[in-house]
Write a protein of this length. Structure first.
Length: 180
């Protein structure tokens, strides 16, 4: 039994030794990953171009709004995960709605100085004639970058109203991870 363990250990050393000798001793160590982006490193806003505007006037299907983050720091940094998004409503009955997350898997995004990445929010618009208690009228969005505690306050620029599902288990209004 002892000889099998020794033979196995020698084989492992030989394989490890072979792998180690395939890498030149002068090779640089793996480059460290950039640190994560902090709120102070970023600026944020709604994408407002024609192709990025949510179709708030239609009420038959979901539409998307996009929020972007731009690295305004002097260093490269990473973002990974979901932003925190709280919608503040314009009606007295709206209150604040913390958006649920989709089931999409986040990817790590590396942002060099000046790079921009966005994420989408799926929305379910409703008609203006919908009873007040069934609609949420967005006014402001409190947007917190992934793994941060400080937020940006963004004014909702698109008008319209959303089906109020702030207590739903699987609401039709939810957010996707950064970069997706």
């Amino acid at each position: 039994m002892k000889s099998k363990l020794i033979a196995g250990a020698l084989a492992a050393v030989a394989v490890a030794g072979t792998a180690a000798s395939a890498t030149p001793a002068s090779a640089a160590p793996a480059k460290a990953e950039p640190p994560r982006c902090h709120t102070a490193d970023l600026k944020a806003g709604f994408a407002t171009g024609e192709d990025a505007r949510p179709e708030m006037e239609q009420t038959e299907k979901q539409t998307q709004a996009y929020i972007w983050f731009t690295n305004q720091s002097q260093r490269t940094c990473t973002l990974s995960g979901f932003a925190g998004v709280d919608m503040i409503g314009a009606q007295e009955t709206d209150g604040t709605w913390s958006l649920a997350r989709s089931s999409k898997k986040p990817e790590k995004m590396i942002l060099e100085q000046g790079d921009t990445v966005d994420f989408s929010i799926n929305l379910l618009p409703v008609a203006g004639s919908t009873p007040q208690k069934e609609k949420f009228v967005p006014a402001k969005f409190l947007v917190t970058p992934p793994n941060e505690t400080e937020h940006f306050t963004l004014k909702w620029p698109f008008g319209g109203q959303i089906l109020k599902q702030d207590g739903a288990t699987h609401p039709a209004t939810y957010l996707n991870p950064v970069g997706r």
